[in-house]
Design a binder for this molecule. Structure first.
Ligand SMILES: [Zn+2]
Ligand SMILES: [Zn+2]
Length: 240
């Protein structure tokens, strides 16, 4: 039976956590893997400036927890935050170092900062652990460059939006075996729930859109993106 994995959500945020029971049952109705198949990652988001800066050692210490399968989300965001962003680039480097030291993949957030993101990924050797460019909204050449660096490309509900024409072309152009699907919930609800509180059960609508764009069945999208997920986040594998 086909199932779907939401590769990225914020289930600990109040919008979702307050209704966790109903969300978990909605998820199983939509064949989205549920608890105990929920895993965590460790990182400090690039949008938070006034926060205690994490060290490589600290990140590595938390990364040892049993259900932690990745480092992130980390990365660069020149859209939400402005000014001298050298702190953001330093924080990103810290996360990449921690991922390499912990031997865990990276979850990378990039917005209006593709060039610097790829540059730092290269300089710090992010290809050694690989990871995912989450909630991808950049151009095709950025996706191809990230794939070259051993990264997967994860699409969120944005890909279902009518005006996301360039992003739909990226889906068509990159191979299915490098694609993950996600909700980034509670944000970015896909069509037909746009503007509402999003939750992981909606990842099925992202899968449907990718199936349409690639002219394949939604089952195939579910199967391959699930395989991709377990290949990347190997600590989630049932054998572990
Ligand atoms: Zn993000
Ligand atoms: Zn996120």
């Amino acid at each position: 039976m086909t199932s779907f994995v939401d590769s990225h959500c914020h289930i600990n945020f109040p919008e979702l956590y307050q209704n966790i029971d109903s969300i978990l049952s909605k998820m199983s109705c939509n064949k989205v893997n549920t608890y105990p198949h929920i895993f965590a990652s460790v990182g400090v988001h690039p949008d938070y400036e006034d926060i205690e800066e994490p060290s490589v050692e600290e990140l590595c210490r938390f990364a040892k927890e049993k259900k932690v399968v990745a480092i992130g989300e980390t990365g660069l965001d020149y859209f939400k935050v402005q000014g001298d962003l050298s702190w953001q680039r330093d924080r990103f480097r810290t996360h990449i170092k921690a991922a390499i030291q912990s031997n865990l993949p990276l979850i990378i957030h990039t917005r209006n900062a593709a060039e610097d993101t790829l540059k730092i990924m290269r300089e710090e050797g992010a290809n050694h652990v690989g990871g995912v460019m989450h909630c991808f909204t950049e151009a095709l050449d950025v996706a191809l460059e990230a794939i070259k660096l051993n990264f997967y490309i994860s699409f969120s509900g944005i890909v279902t939006f009518k005006n996301a024409t360039d992003l739909k072309e990226v889906v068509k152009a990159i191979p299915l075996d490098r694609i993950l699907i996600e909700t980034d919930s509670p944000y970015l609800a896909p069509v037909p729930y746009r503007g509402k509180i999003n939750d992981p059960s909606n990842v099925i609508h992202v899968a449907e859109e990718i199936a349409k764009l690639k002219n394949i069945s939604v089952e195939e999208v579910g199967e391959v993106t699930t395989q991709n997920f377990f290949k990347l986040f190997s600590k989630c594998r049932p054998s572990n």
